[in-house]
Design a protein. Sequence first.
Length: 186
Amino acid sequence: MGAMTSLPKYTASTNTPHFKQDRVTLPLEQTEKKGADMGMSTANSGELDIRCLAARSTAGLVRTMAGARLREWGHTGIAGDVYQVAGELVANAVEATLYQEIRVRFTREVRTVLLAVWDSSDAMPVLRPITELSLEDIVPDARALQPGHEDGTRGRGLPIVQALAAECGVTKTDPYGKWVWARVAF
């Protein structure tokens, strides 16, 4: 396995103890080299480190690559959870930094896989309270497909990540940005 580097500690509080905002250890491989090229590298154990453009299609790319790693590692039983977590974390990074560079790391640990997504935004994820809906609350909305329309259905991603992950959190990075990460147990 590659060298391990601990990212800086971020001490902001949160309403939910399960969504940690503290520290996570992530492997650093040859991907630390600077350069204009965005790409992918893997460590000997099949770890994945992708630098790519934050576009709407990026979540699908990440799910595909994570699925290939899960098959390689023999952990296809958690694929559905990993796909969902990857989709949520990447979608949040894309929303925060559309058409900028994001970074995705996917590593195998002792009893979990770690998925971490970095973006350059200093805005921290906001865990919104979940509200229960009834069938009467669900009505057609002609404005739903209009850009910028807020219909109150946003903000459900982090609770989904919390439900599927053994542990999750956010780690602020210097001089800017953050890693949002989740560990899914196998």
